[in-house]
Design a protein around this ligand. Structure first.
Ligand code: FEO
Ligand code: CA
Ligand code: CA
Ligand code: CA
Length: 605
């Protein structure tokens, strides 16, 4: 529910320039501070971070994980609407294993794999504003870590299916862990949702004959995989010996941040993909609706999905009252027609070509291979759909499409035809990214028809090549939109992720470090609000109910432009970034920051 209506202009701050500085920059009149960084203690008994990264795997499991991504602010006490005391539910998307331990990946061991797993996953920390600063509450009873080994319950149509069963779990209903959690969502009943994105990175199938399902989801086929080396010490990630383990990842997961003992679950009804975000809307009859992007940075051309629950949620009810809502419902994939109309195509077994002959003998097979289901049903291939934001009043929906360097350049990995520009993905190749928005028919989030348009194309407005210029009002250069959020006043905050690549790429490096801009959805005007340190991604944004604190995550400062994302130059973290601890610290750390106005005013006005 919007807590504050607009007064005066929607966006009132002065746009800041691009930056190549190894720090966070915000507009005049604003301040920022670190609230919680990688390695900071978040649970009772957790030790303080050591900058030489000498701590054990067990210690890491009580501290903040490594690469902060999605997050949500939950007021304390629950339901209070407090803007000065709350829980942050957070994703720790992945790790740079060269930074994670003192001597990095030069030597590799089971203990290092364990520390890497313990620096992945999810967390909850308690934060309080007092004395003019946000602080992480020490020894909080809510502090929690969920790692790559924490037990999850599998629910929904795929639970127990043969494709979900493994040696370790012959029931197909229990799985250890979550990882590569990118972007997030939340529920009206006060729980946190997180999105398993590039889960394939940890598996390896070097048999020379990869099964079709593993191939469609991009399981690496070389012995070294993508450079994550868990499979060397944990046989679960050997996709030859344990072919179904990877089917147990790529889901939307849920847990209750207010109950540190609650069992986390995976909701298979919402489909399996490289999940990026779960944006909540509510249908007119109270059914719960989630919009979800499938962002695979290798295959690039994937779909946008929508889930509509079968039953309305219990308004004002607890998690216990609503815990099965996300397990029954209808999954759809989006088709964006050239005339600005669109359809949500139902991905239900027996409909829209999803037959046993096509490999879909049950709904379990539809949700496990939701990508192919979207292909068969005729969904549109989008340019790497990332976060989605729903306007709190109009329910208009905005999706960031990060980029697609392969569009128009040849044959995509998994589709038979070369895919050139289309109405919803108008640039080929698309280096800079864009934002598409849609309005559901009759203003009802459960509709199966919608109308859409391109909200903006990002770019460098003075670029000689028109394909890279974009059409942003206000002349603000930015590229690779990823994180996005519409705040309670209706400001669309857009965050960028060209990370390591921007230092090496001729076009992207023109734009400097990653950033966050504010857009007015009604006028399209854009102003630059924040620039991050060198090599970081800027991701996730949350405002407290009073709109006077904004939390943002600075992810992977110092990421190096190497072929494998997250692989820093061994032993040379200082060469790229030392944020936020400075030269004395040396080792860069992802962190949540809190932004306030010096005069305590409303952010963005
Ligand atoms: Fe982890 Fe699609 O960004
Ligand atoms: Ca990220
Ligand atoms: Ca992302
Ligand atoms: Ca991204």
């Amino acid at each position: 529910t919007p807590k504050a209506e607009p007064t005066g202009p929607l966006i009132g701050f002065t746009s800041i320039p691009i930056s190549r500085a190894d720090t966070v920059v915000v507009p005049e009149g604003y301040t920022w501070q670190v609230v919680n960084a990688w390695g900071d203690p978040i649970m009772a008994g957790a030790p303080a971070f050591k900058i030489d990264a000498s701590q054990s795997a067990a210690e890491q499991a009580m501290q903040s994980g490594m690469f902060h991504d999605g997050m949500h602010y939950f007021p304390l006490p629950k339901g209070s609407g407090s803007s000065t005391h709350g829980l942050i539910g957070i994703n720790y998307e992945y790790t740079d294993d060269n930074l994670l331990t003192t001597d990095g990946m030069a030597t590799w061991s089971a203990e290092k794999v364990q520390k890497s797993k313990n620096a992945h996953g999810l967390g909850v920390y308690e934060a309080r504003f007092e004395g003019g600063r946000w602080r992480t509450v020490a020894d909080s009873r809510y502090g929690r870590r969920i790692t790559a080994d924490t037990p999850f319950l599998i629910k929904g149509p795929a639970a127990g299916h043969a494709l979900m069963r493994t040696t370790e779990d012959p029931t197909g209903t229990r799985v250890r862990g979550t990882f590569q959690n990118c972007a997030n969502g939340y529920t009206p009943w006060g729980t946190y949702l997180s999105c398993e994105e590039n889960f394939t990175a940890y598996f390896v199938n070097d048999s020379g004959s990869i099964p079709r399902l593993q191939d469609r989801y991009g399981i690496p086929t070389t012995k070294d995989g993508w450079g994550f080396r868990w499979h060397e010490h944990d046989a679960r990630f050997d996709a030859v010996k344990h072919p179904n383990e990877s089917n147990r990842f790529g889901w939307i997961v849920e847990f209750d941040p207010y109950d540190p003992t609650s069992e986390p679950v995976k909701h298979t009804a919402m489909g399996r993909m490289a999940h990026e975000g779960a944006a909540l809307s509510i249908a007119k009859d109270g059914r719960v609706v989630y919009y979800m992007g499938d962002d695979d940075y290798r295959s690039k051309f994937e779909h946008i999905y929508k889930f509509v629950s079968r039953r309305p949620y219990v308004k004002g009810g607890s998690y216990a009252d609503n815990k099965d809502i996300l397990d029954e419902g209808t999954l759809y994939a989006g088709r964006f027609n050239a005339d600005g109309s669109g359809e949500w195509i139902e991905l239900t077994q027996g409909k829209n070509g999803l037959t046993a002959e096509r490999g879909f003998a049950s709904q379990a097979e539809v949700v496990i291979d939701a990508r192919t289901a979207g292909d068969v049903a005729g969904a549109t291939y989008m340019d790497r759909p990332e976060w989605i934001a729903v306007h709190p009043r109009s329910q208009e929906v905005y999706v960031t499409l990060s980029n697609n360097t392969a569009r128009g350049t040849g044959k995509p990995l998994h589709q038979p035809n070369a895919l050139g520009a289309d109405a919803a993905n108008p640039r080929a190749p698309n280096l800079m990214g864009h934002i598409v928005r849609w309005r559901e028919a009759a203003g009802d989030a459960a509709s199966t028809n919608f109308t859409w348009d391109v909200f903006l194309q990002a770019g460098e407005p003075t670029h000689a090549d028109a394909l890279k210029r974009g059409n942003v009002k206000g002349g603000v250069a930015f590229a690779q939109p990823d994180g996005c959020h519409i705040d309670q006043r209706g400001v669309l905050w857009i965050q960028t992720d060209s990370s390591a690549q921007n230092m090496a790429h001729a076009d992207w490096k023109l734009i400097g470090n990653n950033q966050m801009v504010a857009a007015d959805p009604s006028t399209g005007e854009v102003r630059r609000f924040l620039t991050g340190p060198v090599g970081c991604e800027v991701t996730a944004v949350q405002l407290t109910p009073d709109l006077r604190t904004m939390f943002v995550n600075i992810q992977h400062p110092g990421e190096a432009p190497l072929p494998h994302p997250g692989r820093n130059d061994p032993g040379k973290p200082k060469a790229i970034s030392s944020w936020p601890d400075g030269e004395a610290g040396g080792r860069p750390r992802s962190a949540t920051i809190a932004i306030r106005r010096a005069d305590g005013g409303v952010i963005g006005t």
